[in-house]
Design a protein around this ligand. Structure first.
Ligand SMILES: C[S@@+](CC[C@H](N)C(=O)[O-])C[C@H]1O[C@@H](n2cnc3c(N)ncnc32)[C@H](O)[C@@H]1O
Ligand SMILES: Nc1nc2[nH]cc(C(=O)O)c2c(=O)[nH]1
Ligand code: SF4
Ligand SMILES: [Mg+2]
Length: 226
């Protein structure tokens, strides 16, 4: 490895917006989006960030903390790509946590959360469980569910009625609504939100929350940096 890449993270974009997703949706958040992903979900809206050679800046945890400090924003979302694949992401989480930032990780359900849940400044996890329409369900690590707490969330990004049925099975099998917030979020444009509401009603599915990606309603859904 070249010397200048030591302790550096590959950042494809960083910006301030409102968080369009998760338990703090609607609040200001600063986003750090990292390069690369181990999955290839059919619906992925950040495919451009996933390639190993996607243009990125190599930044140290200290530089990223300084960027966050200058924004004046308290919520920090680490996303990607898959942020937990960055070798130095633990250092960044710890440095931000020690300064009192609320760190939220968007993670794809295939990476073991145990090392990150054990950090001194534990972040909040929004963990996807990839459903059959994504083509990636076989990569899921359900053992991660054991580590989730009330401040965390499991997100099911649903593309169809059959995805909804599978999500219901998983919620019941692992008693997810007793552990953390549970979201159903439509694959953008693939399923009408009303179909998700009807499914919740039909199954008397309490404590599951419909989540619409707010940023795609406010801005052009293809727009980056929002
Ligand atoms: C781009 S991913 C990056 C973080 C991580 N790789 C993951 O999958 O959670 C961030 C979130 O956007 C969601 N997402 C990606 N494409 C989407 C789409 N077309 N419609 C709805 N949600 C989408 C993912 O499921 C995930 O919850
Ligand atoms: N505004 C906004 N909120 C988001 N919440 C999670 C995002 C993500 O891509 O992980 C995201 C995003 O890309 N934009
Ligand atoms: S895991 Fe996340 S970043 Fe990777 S392909 Fe799926 S949605 Fe996209
Ligand atoms: Mg996004």
């Amino acid at each position: 490895m070249r010397c200048e890449n030591m302790n550096r993270l590959a950042v494809v974009e960083k910006f301030v917006s409102i968080n369009g997703e998760g338990t703090h949706a609607g609040e200001l958040a600063v986003f750090l989006r990292f390069r690369g992903c181990n999955l290839n979900c059919g619906f992925c809206d950040t495919k451009w960030a996933n390639a190993a050679d996607a243009p990125a800046t190599e930044e140290s945890a200290e530089e990223l903390v300084e960027y966050v400090r200058q924004t004046g924003v308290q919520n920090v979302t680490l996303t990607g790509g898959e942020p937990l694949l960055q070798p130095h992401i633990g250092e960044l989480i710890t440095a931000l946590g020690a300064l009192g930032y609320r760190v939220e990780i968007e993670t794809n359900g295939s990476v073991a959360l145990e090392p990150f849940a054990a950090l001194a400044f534990r972040p909040c996890f929004t963990m996807d469980y990839k459903l059959p329409d994504s083509g990636m369900e076989s990569a899921m690590k359900p053992e991660n569910f054991d580590l989730l707490r009330s401040q965390d969330a499991v997100k099911f990004v649903v593309g169809s009625r059959s995805d909804l049925n599978r999500a219901l099975e998983v919620i019941r099998q692992y008693a997810l609504t007793a552990k953390c917030t549970v979201f159903f979020s439509p694959v953008f444009g693939a399923i009408e939100p009303v179909e998700i509401v009807e499914f919740l009603e039909e199954h008397k599915l309490n404590r599951v929350r419909l989540q619409l990606q707010l940023h795609k309603l406010i801005w052009d859904p293809q727009k980056r940096g929002v």
